[in-house]
Design a protein around this ligand. Sequence first.
Ligand SMILES: Cc1cc2nc3c(=O)[nH]c(=O)nc-3n(C[C@H](O)[C@H](O)[C@H](O)COP(=O)(O)O)c2cc1C
Length: 158
Amino acid sequence: METLIAYSTKHGATEKAAKILADKIEGTATLINLKDSSAKSLDLTKFDVVAVGGSIYAGSIQKEVQEFCRENEEILLTKRLGIFICCGNEELVEQQLTASFSEKIFERAIAKGHFGYEFDFEKLSFFSKFIVKKVSKIKESQFRINDENIHAFAETLR
Ligand SMILES: Cc1cc2nc3c(=O)[nH]c(=O)nc-3n(C[C@H](O)[C@H](O)[C@H](O)COP(=O)(O)O)c2cc1C
């Protein structure tokens, strides 16, 4: 079974989670960062399973994820499909996951996951740190990639 894991990330948490997912996938897993230029020429026909996701900033998933899903919606709807997000606000997971994908993609997805989050203060800009401290009241780095959720997601996609 050939699986594609297509993701976008700003500070690396989603990439970390996507790599953990790749290790848990049965068969061959191909990882692609949707910010890479090679993502444009991806041939989706050879994949049986596609997992697509990104991280949430100010309520929205990266535009590359939105574009990828929009441009490939028809073929994605024919796959065993999984969608996932990394996001820091656990209370808004459902809402943000729903808002990140079209209704058709959301309905078609057999696996829907929250892969946890990271706030890595070493990587955040001064402005981002300011926002995080103010909005989330987080004062130092947090590394909360959710291995259990990633595992459950991989199991569902089998
Ligand atoms: C400036 C900023 C804004 C954020 N906005 C949201 C948000 O609106 N909702 C949320 O749940 N998490 C939010 N987060 C948390 C990120 O989604 C989380 O840190 C995620 O792990 C980032 O993944 P990445 O490193 O792959 O980009 C925000 C984080 C930062 C730094």
